[in-house]
Design a binder for this molecule. Structure first.
Ligand code: SF4
Ligand code: SF4
Length: 321
């Protein structure tokens, strides 16, 4: 379960559908209605969509995606979204107008809304990313469509800035496409125009994968190109390897890293690990990396692979907090 503002999102798949041709949305973690260009569509249309949803008894996290050349209609939309506890997904025609964007976000947030910003990676400079992370923006919705292989790298850049929740909008054709984005730090993956049956299947498959694995968006190892969450698998920084660069990014010295990991493991099953490379599971690798030493310790302790990964997930959250 992902908590973003007042939203409770029970799986990491979001489905985006045009407001005038909504598709089915029974299993998605988040259902987003797109296309509210408030220069042309009256706010009443949004209200109708919300009323219709209520009438049909639809449950689950819901959002409205809006754009406008003027601020006032967007503020109205934010108040409406806030009253109905739904996400407002902001799209601006000229995202390069940073001044307007950086003034608008705090004004929208003052309406009490849970807010995401849909943005193309070419518009998301390092400077803008840092400034967005200084606002109360809840979610960065990265539109990666058409980028093919470059998408995961963009996700990692945004995720490693440790700011808002990351949702990646991408061309998803199979389970692995979504899993690759999640493994690079996306908290959610969104699909637009996907076959409703496929979208529903993917949401269900992701839920099942999470309940089986214990961490559905588990990162890769840092040395395999993973995002900073992968520090949860790193060994003590005793040799020259990618961990040093990752620690720099995380603004942690090697000594702090060792101290923090040991402290966070204290009193948890990760503290144990006699017979492993560094004597404690807190330094051990991802469960998908075969290792008979670690597996022997898990077996002795009666700790399942899923529970081990849950503990690593919590460790990564606490480490980067
Ligand atoms: S510390 Fe170990 S897991 Fe981490 S980057 Fe270095 S070799 Fe890879
Ligand atoms: S014991 Fe196995 S899992 Fe643990 S650090 Fe060594 S190689 Fe990795």
């Amino acid at each position: 379960m992902l908590e973003v503002g007042y939203l409770h999102i029970d799986n990491p798949i979001a489905i985006i559908s045009s407001y005038n041709q909504p598709t089915s949305n029974n299993a998605a973690g988040l259902f987003l209605l797109d296309g509210f260009d408030l220069d042309e569509v009256p706010l009443a249309k949004m209200e109708d969509c919300l009323a219709d949803r209520k009438r049909r008894g639809k449950k689950g996290a819901f959002g409205l995606s809006a754009t406008c050349s003027q601020d006032e209609p967007l503020l109205e939309a934010a108040r409406l979204a806030s009253r109905n506890l739904c996400l407002l997904d902001l799209r601006l025609p000229k995202i390069r107008d940073q001044k307007r964007l950086l003034q608008l976000i705090p004004n929208l947030k003052r309406c009490g809304v849970t807010l995401s910003l849909r943005i193309r990676p070419e518009d998301l400079s390092n400077d803008l990313l840092q400034k967005l992370n200084e606002t109360d923006l809840d979610m960065i919705h990265l539109d990666l469509r058409g980028l093919n292989g470059a998408g995961p790298r963009m996700v990692k850049k945004a995720a490693d800035s440790r700011g808002a929740v990351i949702m990646a909008l991408a061309d998803i054709g199979e389970f692995e496409d979504a899993k690759d984005l999640l493994a690079m730090g996306a908290d959610m993956v969104s699909l637009r125009g996907a076959d409703p049956e496929f979208a529903e299947w993917l949401s269900g498959a992701m839920k099942e994968y999470d309940s089986m694995s214990g961490w559905c968006n588990a990162p890769k190892h840092i040395c395999a190109g993973g995002d900073l969450r992968g520090l949860a698998y790193c060994c003590p920084p005793v040799k020259h390897c990618a961990v040093l660069g990752a620690l720099k990014k995380a603004r942690m010295t090697p000594d702090e890293f060792v101290e923090r990991k040991l402290r966070l493991a204290r009193g948890t099953p990760l503290e144990k690990g006699e017979g492993t490379c560094f004597g404690s599971l807190v330094w051990c690798c991802k469960i998908t990396k075969p290792c008979y030493l670690r597996d022997a310790v898990l077996a002795r302790m009666g700790l399942s692979e899923k529970e081990y990964m849950r503990l690593k997930k919590r460790l990564s959250e606490d480490l980067l907090r």
